[in-house]
Design a protein around this ligand. Structure first.
Ligand code: SDX
Length: 432
């Protein structure tokens, strides 16, 4: 018998029911409604999951009112400051920070899975050169299940582990190949002497005829950005991965579904949309006119990179990225970058405007990340692909957690049906 119960009563004569209430280690309690339908014949209605916990999880904790984000209990600020991306990946996957030997082993495994099957490279030529990188990424990552048959038995723990290694190791290679294909340059093979992030930059910006030397300040900035994007509890793309995973689909297919879900401008696609918005605003003097459009209900304009379902305070990741943005622009002598100045001015105006303060709309992770990517020389269309690269760690950890969770069943929501009730077929000749 759980310690706490919630009593739900009805005004239509249905007898009231007691529902168990569960308490986590931190965060809001949850009311267990699983037996509601069998006890009352009623469903809950919660489109957008405004008040629904879809699973138990021990990976990431967010307090949206306080602006707190923790991976496995560690504050994001500390991880971004002190860790490498693979150290954080190990933490997210295994629950504990690695010791020196564990990290060396993990890095060694990832490094030795960075190449993709040579035949996979021929997949790219099936896409138009101007295909959006996210379209290519969905296709190529989904195709991994056609190449790595030996690790798709989801009931086997070792298979799950190997798939996780493969996905984390190969995503930078696949993402960089996507870019190289779009600009007509040869694919660069990974170099295992480099760090995960340096290797990604090498595969993006290196060419076979020249030695590529990653700038340490820029590599550190990229490392930090990947850490900030690595996981974010049950966001839309992670929930997509979990829903796909609940059917028993293989991990490569599930991550491909996650990539598709991330692409939308309300989610990971917002980093690309922010840059487009800033380019359209073009000048500080045009900000008031743009803000006016955002407030106009008949106008589709939105302040991209602002607002969040969970954060009703500053997204802690946005603060860190803003600082990283300063460092990168300083290093590249771009302190007077027009878009950065525009973003700072836009943020200031929005944070002082009642429309945004009343709705608790603050900058989110996507507001400044695009300016950093742009300064690093990454084209706008690649921004969301880099988000996907980083989030693959979180998706995989959440997928593994789902597979081992004895409470999990196939995801199958119900509906409030508002369509036509039963009626008889009307022959064509009799239809109006
Ligand atoms: C990510 O969930 C995650 O964890 C996601 C993420 C992750 O790491 O996985 O953090 C990554 O997806 C960040 C969010 C990126 N998206 C954007 O920057 C796009 C712009 N933001 C909005 O589309 C919106 O804020 C959402 C989608 C992020 C959140 O939407 P909600 O929680 O459903 O809120 P809502 O749409 O119901 O908005 C509430 C009110 C509305 O006004 P009213 O109808 O009450 O008058 O706020 C307004 C909205 O119109 N509003 C905005 C706004 N966001 C919300 N108005 C102007 N500009 C905005 N950006």
């Amino acid at each position: 018998m759980p310690e706490k119960l919630a009593t739900l009563s009805f005004s239509d004569g249905t007898p009231s029911v007691d529902l168990p209430v569960f308490t986590g280690t931190v965060g809001p309690d949850v009311v267990d409604v699983r037996a509601l339908y069998s006890k009352t014949g009623k469903f809950t209605y919660d489109p957008g999951f405004m008040s629904t916990a879809s699973c138990r999880s021990s990976i990431t904790y967010i307090d949206g009112d306080q602006g707190i984000l923790q991976y496995r209990g560690y504050p994001i600020e500390q991880l971004a400051e002190h860790c490498s991306f693979l150290e954080v990946a190990y933490l997210i996957l295994n629950g504990e920070l690695p010791n020196k030997k564990q990290l060396q082993q993990f890095v060694g495994i990832i490094v030795h899975h960075t190449m993709v099957h040579e035949q996979l490279s021929r997949f790219y030529t099936g896409f138009r050169r101007d295909a959006h990188p996210m379209a290519v990424l969905c296709g190529v990552v989904g195709a991994l299940s056609a190449f790595y048959h030996d690790s798709i038995n989801i009931r086997d723990e070792r298979s799950r582990e190997i798939s996780a290694f493969r996905l984390i190791a190969k995503l930078p290679t696949i993402t960089a190949m996507t870019y190289k294909y779009s600009v007509g340059q040869p694919f660069m093979y990974p170099r295992n002497s480099l760090t995960y992030v340096e290797n990604f930059l090498h595969m993006m910006f290196g060419v076979p005829c020249e030695e590529y030397k990653p700038n340490p300040v820029l590599a550190r900035a990229m490392e930090r950005i990947l850490i900030l994007h690595a996981d974010h509890e049950q966001n839309a793309s992670t929930s997509t991965v979990r829903l796909a995973g609940s059917t028993g689909a293989n991990p490569f297919a599930c991550i491909s579904a996650g990539i598709a879900s991330l692409w939308g401008p309300a989610h990971g696609g917002a980093n690309e949309a922010v840059l487009k918005m800033l380019s359209e605003i073009d000048d500080v003097k045009n900000i008031p006119g743009f803000i006016k459009r955002v407030k106009d209900k008949d106008d589709q304009a939105m302040l991209m990179g602002f607002g969040h379902r969970v954060y009703k305070n500053y997204d802690p990741r946005a603060k860190i990225i803003q600082k990283t943005c300063h460092e990168v622009l300083e290093e590249l002598d771009l302190k007077d970058d027009k878009l950065f100045k525009l973003a700072i001015a836009l943020e200031k105006i929005a944070l002082e405007d009642e429309y945004f303060t009343k709705r608790k709309l603050y900058p989110n992770v996507d507001f400044y990340s695009g300016i950093v990517y742009k300064a690093l020389g990454i084209p706008v269309s690649m921004f969301t692909a880099i988000f996907a690269l980083a989030r693959t760690v979180g998706w995989i950890a959440q997928w593994k957690e789902l597979i081992s969770d004895t409470d999990q069943k196939i995801g199958r929501p119900r509906q409030l049906f508002e369509g036509a009730t039963r009626r008889d077929f009307v022959p064509m000749a009799s239809r109006k």
